[in-house]
Design a protein around this ligand. Structure first.
Ligand SMILES: NC(=O)c1ccc[n+]([C@@H]2O[C@H](COP(=O)([O-])OP(=O)(O)OC[C@H]3O[C@@H](n4cnc5c(N)ncnc54)[C@H](OP(=O)(O)O)[C@@H]3O)[C@@H](O)[C@H]2O)c1
Length: 269
């Protein structure tokens, strides 16, 4: 078995490989990266490092050679039109390299969103289906990182969490839970031609966040709705589906996801 992983030097890729190493021998793992010189850590562990640049199609077929499974971690380029082209390069190369199974980190409930990002993920899923290669779409919920946009440290100092008015609910997840679920899919059978919505099984609200912050800070933190708040994140959040939930992430993990209180600790100091 050979598991080939793109974006191996990224935050998600690293977590996946670290966990994968506890389950499969290092010589079955192939880390695909843009800068091979920055991979001494992987090489020391016995992992093969391969050059892979989505913008250089000539690097890709070789990078994906003999892959039983290719995990395409979606590009981090900010322009979704360019990302689509990058993903198309990867998919074409996977077909030429006769990859046996493609797994793709898509976006949760992307069929319900109305922004370029959701179209990008749907388009990539469709492009993968055109190859006829067995696939698994790992539709990831919003990473918990966005919580850093709400000024949690200020809220603790002021005793007040200010947010834009609305009925906000979030199905967000931690990268670590996502990484563990992806490793389960990579190392167990029965996941071909499946789509997983990897979100929280229950949403949380800003009221939940204020209460959780209060517990962590050991002092009351009230929730205030402020219509004058200017922050692009609210526009973004209103155009994606942050409320639909699924228990598929928990099923793959075999246990509940990381609780909100634990998840937000990384975003307060
Ligand atoms: N669900 C969410 O809320 C959410 C949030 C943010 C991102 N995402 C998506 O999830 C992906 C993984 O997240 P992450 O936290 O691991 O992101 P990350 O740390 O930014 O990692 C992205 C990886 O993609 C690689 N990459 C970018 N352009 C590439 C190219 N042209 N060719 C080859 N590799 C390329 C990067 O390579 P280098 O190491 O060389 O830079 C990096 O390893 C992101 O790329 C993004 O598509 C999802």
């Amino acid at each position: 078995m050979s598991i080939v992983i793109t974006g191996a030097n990224g935050k998600l890729g690293r977590l996946i490989i670290e966990h994968l190493l506890t389950i499969v021998p290092a010589d079955q793992i192939f880390a695909c990266v843009r800068h091979t010189q920055s991979c001494e850590y992987w090489k020391k562990q016995g992992i093969t490092v391969r050059l892979c640049d989505y913008d250089q199609p000539e690097t890709l077929e070789q990078a994906f050679a003999n892959a039983s499974q290719l995990l395409l971690i979606s590009s981090s380029h900010p322009d979704d039109t360019i990302r689509l082209r990058q993903h198309a390069h990867v998919i074409e190369a996977a077909k030429k390299a006769k990859v046996e199974h493609i797994l793709y980190t898509s976006f949760a409930f992307c069929d319900k969103g109305t922004i370029p990002r959701t179209y990008l993920h749907l388009a990539t899923e469709h492009a993968i289906r055109t190859t006829g290669i067995p696939y698994t779409f790992l539709r990831s919920g919003l990473y918990m990182d966005f919580i850093g946009m709400f000024g949690l440290n200020d809220a603790i100092v002021k005793g007040e969490l200010s947010v834009y008015p609305g009925d906000w609910q979030f199905n967000s997840i931690t990268r670590l839970d996502l990484a563990f679920a992806i490793v389960a899919v990579l190392t167990e059978s029965g996941h071909q031609n499946k789509i997983y919505e990897l979100t929280a099984s229950h949403t949380w609200t800003f009221q939940d966040l204020a209460e959780t912050l209060s517990e962590l800070a050991g002092k009351p933190i009230s929730l205030q709705q402020d219509p004058d708040i200017q922050n692009w994140i609210y526009g973004f959040l209103s155009k994606i589906d942050t409320t639909s939930t699924s228990d598929q992430l928990e099923q793959l993990l075999g246990h509940p996801i990381t609780p909100l209180q634990e998840s937000i600790k990384a975003f307060i100091s």
